[in-house]
Design a protein. Structure first.
Lengths: 206, 206, 206, 206
DNA sequence: CCATAAGCGAGACGGTACGTCACGTCTTAGA
DNA sequence: TCTAAGACGTGACGTACCGTCTCGCTTATGG
């Protein structure tokens, strides 16, 4: 019982939906963001503007959906809602694992295409409380939860204080990287990543 | 010898400049940012659009200048370029001083007018590398320097590790607050501020 | 042998056809013409747009058909193609009969609903040569023929010149009324109708 | 005291105004009317759409203005408001003069460019009472007056009944030609023009 | 007396043009 | 000389309909 009313145009719907999101990602990744107009997206997707406006209320929402779809993997309809089960490496050495992950994050931000995409997303989220809430719920929290799972494992292994505030730990770890990237306040080096990991671990040592 | 060339139209210039910046601040503080147009600024300032474009290349630059002027105090022409000598309290108790400052910062962000202003600024900076550099030079670095002065005093008093990376310390302290505010990821409470101070101090204990 | 292929769905066909034409007439009569869209007609008729496009190539054609059906009376399919036998009154006094008819025509134009309908029809005909031809054949010529029958009777009675050009006579009679109405050049009074009759009769007196 | 408020941008204004009207005339004359869009006019005139909408409320009004400007000759600003003094030929032979004029009118309608232009104008006027009134005042009445001047001269010469209703005479003369053209009811031949003149003269013989 | 296939309502689709808004430039009158 | 005022060319906005298409349901026989 997938549809509740009206005929099921899901095939066409799905095709155009994917075309729109792919076009959005492509444009955001390769053009300066002010050139990413709804008209350009429609043209690139081979779609009428109305087809975009029928589904999303604003360019922000499209950009957000484009990013969301990316994170959800294949994201076909009827897919599992519990997500693609992100998980951090767990070699038993928390410091090493975190260094690996944080270095990878730093490198990701260095990719110009990804930089443009995430910068666009950040801009839209910063100026739209509704999108911000959806971002927290659909993207940030699941990811945080995966990270906290790794931290709990470290707590059990006695590598973190038993009463450590894991949310705070993650903030200490990631926020400085994010801010440095957003404000272009300095290079996102492996050294910086390592220093962050070390400091966070010191702050919450057992 | 206040003006260097031509007749003395500097009074009118300065008056209109101030009117433009004040109008920009007022609009940014009270309207949703997409309604802050150059035309609205010009109308509010009682100024022709061209007078704005003659001085700044884009709306971003005006918004930035408006914020910059705010931080520079009265910012009359010919004022001291070395700034208004920001300084953090120094009671001798680093933890107490930092808690005070960080709680104040958190409260500042809670003011809707300031929220809109700094959000606009952040948006413009995030998408314009030139503005970002100017922001670093004119606003961020002086402020960081003032904060680091206080930290060096703490180092001398043996309240921080002698080899502590002060930039990193400040990142740990401020970035989580900034990120939480920008993404509306949680409330900016005094408790959160205190927890940040405690964690940072633990990470760089002597 | 009413239908040539497939099962006979003529009842549904006929019902929807009538619904479309009725909806078109209703809309044209009560709305400004630019609001008469194919979508509005379909909605009002409780019909899909495709059902309209399956039968007529354009809105013009629908409007024309709606008017045509009106003139053909009940216009069920298979009806007599020779029409409903329009006939002008023939009291023996040509002047009196024409005054009666022309005054009635003038009054018809004064009805706002009829005004809108005929104005829409005129607009479509004026800009579409195919419709114009169909209009001449299906509506104008039969009516002209009925009028000419009355005129021939008058000729036989010696009330019109034996060699009078009856088409021209009718043009003199009706075209000024039509033009005055179309251009809103003046009121369509009984006096004006009478003056037209008198002038035409003088021009073709025996 | 030409302008009442604000600076006088009349040079640019006038240049763009002329460009718009010329482009409109060109497009209407050479394209099917549904392709004459405001965007096409703007593009052809090398003008922004807004410049059109700033001056006229709708396409109808632009088309009308384009036609009006044509009739007013050079129509520079500040020109004589009493018009270009249209006058009919007056050889003393009313019948001959009218035949000449009516034949010329018939030929004019046969020119495809003029046909399209006047058909567009007629369509717009037929569906807009405001334009219709302006048409009567600015175009129809001055022309009628010129024609009536010639008829009064004929009355004085005893070629028309002294008490003839000259408006009615003109309606008899021109309306049949107009209607035949508008409805494409028949060819606009010289013979038809002559027949109209003869009939009208018979109707209003002295 | 169903089985079936044509026709139907609904409405999404790729488009075009609409009329509006703000951009950044240009022009003018006047202080 | 520089300003305020504001018109200009440009281009994106979000909306309305166009005419086409695809769905699943209705319906009236013909097997």
């Amino acid at each position: 019982m997938p549809n509740e009313k009206g005929p099921d145009h899901s095939r066409r719907k799905e095709r155009s939906r994917q075309a729109i999101l792919a076009a959005t990602r492509a444009l955001v990744a390769e053009e300066p963001y002010e050139k990413v107009t709804v008209e350009a997206i429609a043209a690139r997707a081979g779609v009428g503007k109305q087809t975009i406006y029928r589904r999303w209320p604003s360019k922000s929402a499209v950009v957000f959906a484009a990013f969301l779809a990316l994170s959800e993997g294949a994201d076909g309809p009827g897919e599992g809602a519990d997500g693609p089960a992100v998980a951090l490496p767990d070699t038993g050495d928390l410091g090493a694992d975190l260094r690996l992950v944080l270095r990878a994050t730093a490198e990701e931000f260095a990719d110009p295409a990804f930089d443009r995409l995430i910068r666009a997303l950040t801009t839209e989220i910063a100026n739209d409380a509704v999108l911000a809430a959806e971002y927290q719920e659909k993207l940030a929290q699941p990811l945080e939860e995966a990270k906290k799972a790794r931290l709990r494992s470290a707590q059990a292994a006695g590598q973190l204080a038993a009463d450590a505030d894991l949310d705070l730990f993650l903030d200490l770890l990631y926020a400085p990287l994010f801010q440095r990237w957003l404000h272009r306040a300095g290079p996102l080096t492996a050294d910086y990543a390592d220093a962050l990991v070390d400091a966070a671990l010191r702050a919450f040592a057992p």
